[in-house]
Design a protein around this ligand. Structure first.
Ligand code: NDP
Ligand code: GDR
Length: 340
C-alpha cells in the first residue's frame, strides 16, 4: 500500500521540494494550502501537471486557524505522515505581525497535534523548527543548546517546538522536531537576504535596478540548500524513534561574505552596487551568529548535505539570470560593460 503524506506549506520553498521527493518515493501526497486572491502554485505547477490527474497529488484548501478544516482531512484520508511546514516564515515581518505569527506558527501546531491525537494517533508528525529559536545563544548550537529567541517568529517556533515535545512525551505521539538552520535555493522567497541578492543582481544586469539596499550585513548564518534539507526532514520521520534533530552545514558566513561570493562569480566590485544599513531592513533585535552542530543527524540518520555555499550561490545566481534570459557567460560579458 502506498504511504500517504500531508504537507502544510506545500506552495513554499521546502514544501515544494519535499512534495517532489515524496512523489519520487511513491507516496500519495496531499498538499494543504490556504486560499489566496491570486493563485500561488508556481513552485508546484510542474508536479501538479505530472501527478494530479493520476491521483498521486491532491490539493486541499485549509485554514490554519480553522481546526475542523484540518481534522476533516485527517479523518477522511488517515495520513501516515504529517509534515507541518506552513508558517509566517519571515523573521523581519514578524516584528510587525507578532500576534498572527504566534497564531499560525504556534497555536496551529497545537491544533494539528490535538487533532492527530484525537483522530489518528498512528500518524507521524514533523514540525519545522528553526535555528532562530537559539537566538542570542552563542555558536555552535546543537540539540542541547538553550533557546533565547529574539523575535515574535523565534518565540512562536519555541512554542511549537515544545508543543511537539509535549504531545510526544505526554501522549506518546510519534512527533519530531527538525531544528533547521537557514536553507536557500532558487525557490527561496524574494525578500530573504540570499535570494534578494542573487535576484537583484540579475535585475541590475538587465537594467531594471541600480543598487541593492540591505540592512545589517555583519550578521552570520549557516546556509545550506533546501534540497539537502528536505531529504533530512524525510529521514527524521523514518528514524526508529521520534526525536529532535539539528540539520546544518556546520559552516558560518556573514551576509557580506555571501554578497562578495555572488559578485565575484561575475567579476563585479560589490561596493559599487550595494548599500548597507538601510533602516527599512534593520531589526529591533538581531540574531547575530548561527552555526549548527548536526553531528546527531549525521551519525543516527546518516544525513549529510551535498551543497556548500559556493555551489548554492552559483545555483541561485544561474537560476535568477535565467529568469532574465541570461546565461552565466552572457552575464559575465554584461558585467564587464557595466563595471567600466
Ligand atoms: P516559505 O515561506 O517558502 O513557505 C511557507 C509556506 O507556509 C507557504 O506555503 C505559505 O503559503 C504557507 N503559509 C504561510 N502562512 C500560512 C497560513 N496562514 N495558512 C496556510 N499556509 C500558510 O518557507 P520555507 O519553505 O523556507 O520554510 C518551511 C518551514 O520551515 C517554515 O515553517 C519555516 O518557518 C521553517 N524553517 C525554514 C527555514 C529556512 O531557512 N528556509 C529554517 C528553519 C525553519 P503561501 O505560499 O500561500 O504563502
Ligand atoms: P533569517 O533570514 O532571518 O535568518 O530567517 P533572512 O534571510 O531574512 O535574514 C538573514 C540575515 O540577513 C540580515 N539582512 C537582511 N535580511 C533580509 N531579509 N533583507 C535584507 O535586506 C537584509 N539585510 C540584512 C537579517 O537582518 C538577518 O540577520 C530565515 C527564515 O527562513 C526563517 O523562517 C528560518 O527559520 C531561519 O532563516 C532559520
Amino acid at each position: 500500500m502506498k504511504k500517504i503524506a500531508f504537507i502544510t506549506g506545500v506552495t513554499g520553498q521546502d514544501g515544494s521540494y519535499l512534495a517532489e521527493l515524496l512523489l519520487s518515493k511513491k507516496y500519495i501526497v496531499h498538499g494543504l494550502l490556504r486560499r489566496t486572491s491570486f493563485l500561488n502554485l508556481d513552485r508546484i505547477q510542474e508536479i501538479i501537471d505530472r501527478y494530479e490527474s493520476k491521483g498521486l497529488l491532491k490539493l486541499h484548501y485549509i485554514d490554519l486557524t480553522d481546526t475542523s478544516s484540518i481534522t476533516n482531512l485527517i479523518i477522511k484520508y488517515k495520513p501516515h505522515e504529517f509534515y507541518n511546514l506552513a508558517s509566517m516564515s519571515h523573521v523581519g515581518i514578524s516584528y510587525f505581525t507578532g500576534e498572527a505569527t504566534l497564531n499560525i506558527n504556534a497555536i496551529a501546531t497545537y491544533r494539528i497535534l490535538e487533532s492527530i491525537l484525537k483522530n489518528h494517533k498512528k500518524c507521524k508528525f514533523y514540525q519545522a523548527s528553526s535555528s532562530e529559536m537559539f537566538g542570542s545563544t552563542p555558536p555552535p548550537q546543537n540539540e542541547k543548546s538553550p533557546f533565547n529567541p529574539q523575535s515574535p517568529y523565534g518565540i512562536s517556533k519555541v512554542a511549537a517546538y515544545y508543543t511537539t515535545r509535549y504531545f510526544r512525551q505526554a501522549h506518546g505521539l510519534f512527533a519530531s522536531n527538525g531544528i533547521l538552520f537557514n536553507h536557500e535555493s532558487p525557490r527561496r522567497g524574494l525578500n530573504f537576504v540570499t535570494r534578494k541578492i542573487t535576484h537583484s543582481l540579475a535585475r541590475i544586469l538587465s537594467g531594471y535596478e541600480k543598487k541593492i539596499y540591505l540592512g545589517d550585513i555583519s550578521t552570520r548564518r549557516d546556509w545550506g540548500h533546501s534540497k539537502d534539507y528536505v531529504r533530512g526532514i524525510w529521514m527524521i520521520l523514518q528514524h526508529k524513534r521520534p526525536e529532535d534533530f539539528v540539520l546544518s552545514t556546520g559552516k558560518n558566513y556573514s551576509i557580506e561574505d555571501f554578497v562578495k561570493k555572488t559578485f565575484k562569480i561575475l567579476g563585479l566590485n560589490w561596493k559599487k552596487f550595494v548599500s548597507t544599513n538601510n533602516k527599512n531592513f534593520l531589526r529591533p533585535s538581531e540574531v547575530r551568529n548561527l552555526q549548527g552542530n548536526s553531528n546527531k543527524a549525521r551519525k543516527l540518520l546518516k544525513w549529510k548535505p551535498i551543497y556548500n555555499l559556493d555551489t548554492l550561490c552559483l545555483d541561485m545566481l544561474k537560476s535568477d539570470l535565467k529568469l532574465y534570459g541570461m546565461t552565466l557567460e552572457q552575464a559575465k560579458e554584461k558585467a564587464k560593460k557595466i563595471s567600466k
